[in-house]
Design a protein around this ligand. Structure first.
Ligand code: SAH
Length: 350
């Protein structure tokens, strides 16, 4: 395949229609093709049996068809959570998670191969950023998972490896394709984008006319502590990030989520809970407490049960909506990019 080959799974229907015309085909073929990719979740052109053979071979010569290869899949015996390692066309490996709730199937996708944000407790960023994912590669994580379980995916969270705002254009393209009525048609209200707090990205996203939920990785109630955990805090202070989030709420009407990973002795005492309550008390959002998942490369430890409970109770008393994230798939290990990391280091050792 040459450099000029078009990434067909990342095209919106209008773009695809133009392209199909360029190839000398009737415009109605574009919609058929689009539905094969985004609704019937075809893994290759060969499956698109109502398209003329000649058209299909023209497509396979002139385009790249993203279709992820399932390298490994682990299923939890406790709660049915599945973790997938997918292979990309260039040999890179990414990680996605399926969580099964009573209200439906939720998929957590990666937005980049690796990450360059450098959050201290996060495994995805240890080797830096390899590359951005295309919109098609983000979509196909969901497509392959939906196909493999034979059930509809109803919720998507962009909370896997990578910083979505660092791959902004592909992110927005991904959201439009995922919520398109000729595709999986997943409601934008059921899509959550989690960011470490890149202010221009948050502001831009609030202007897109989308209604996705924004989650901010807060992790500390002041810049001093936040800087020790997240390098991005040196770039954007809380006095810039929080107003950008408020603006996001005002423009979209979507309630915010604040993620707060509790790290023993770093951000988990009641003094911090108090400051946090002061910060987000009137922000139209809820707080999601995440007991930090220790990675072997760093010595951060999980807060103990009592500290977590006390932190939560304090926020509740202040009238803040708060949840503690349940650990899913405990028996299949490796959250937040740790699975990919251990797979890659095992391969290296072979
Ligand atoms: N780049 C995005 C998405 C990252 S992952 C962001 O920063 O929001 C989603 C959430 O998991 C983020 O809040 C991230 O800070 C958190 N996280 C990453 N590694 C973690 C770990 N080892 N323990 C607990 N939370 C972690």
């Amino acid at each position: 395949m040459g450099m000029e080959n078009r990434d067909i799974k990342s095209m919106e229907l209008s773009e695809l229609t133009e392209y199909v015309k360029e190839l000398g085909e009737k415009p109605f073929r574009a919609k058929q093709l689009y539905q094969w990719m985004h609704q019937k979740l075809a893994a290759s052109f060969d499956e698109m049996t109502n398209l003329p053979k000649e058209f299909r071979s023209k497509l396979s010569e002139s385009t790249v068809y993203t279709s992820l290869e399932t390298v490994q899949m682990f299923e939890s015996g406790i709660d049915g959570t599945r973790k997938y390692l997918f292979g990309l066309g260039d040999g890179n490996i990414i990680e996605s998670v399926l969580m099964r709730y009573r209200h439906g199937n939720s998929v957590c996708i990666s937005s980049q191969v690796g990450c360059r944000m450098g959050c201290r407790f996060c495994a995805s960023t240890l080797d830096g950023l390899t590359r951005n994912l295309t919109a098609g590669e983000m979509l196909d994580q969901i497509y392959r998972i939906q196909s493999s379980i034979g059930e509809r995916v109803s919720n998507v969270v962009v909370m896997g490896s990578g910083e979505p705002m660092d791959n902004y254009d592909n992110l927005v393209r991904f959201i439009r394709l995922l919520s398109d009525e000729n595709g999986l048609n997943i409601s934008q209200r059921n899509i959550t984008v989690s960011t470490c707090g890149i202010v221009p990205g948050i502001r831009r996203l609030s202007e897109e006319g989308l209604s996705v939920t924004l989650a901010l990785s807060l992790h500390a109630p002041n810049d001093e502590v936040r800087k020790t955990l997240m390098p991005i805090a040196n770039r954007y202070s809380l006095s810039e990030v929080l107003p950008a989030c408020r603006e996001y709420y005002e423009k979209t009407g979507r309630r915010l989520t604040f993620e707060y990973s509790l790290v023993r002795g770093v951000n988990d005492n009641l003094e911090e809970a108090k400051k946090l309550a002061g910060l987000v008390g009137n922000m139209h959002g809820h707080v999601n407490l995440i007991p930090v998942n220790p990675i072997k490369e760093r010595d951060y430890r999980q807060s103990d049960r009592e500290a977590i409970e006390a932190f939560k109770t304090y926020l509740e008393k202040k009238g803040i909506n708060v949840t503690v994230r349940r650990e899913m798939g405990r028996d299949i290990g490796g959250a937040c990019g740790q699975l990919r990391k251990s797979y890659l280091s095992k391969k290296e050792g072979e």
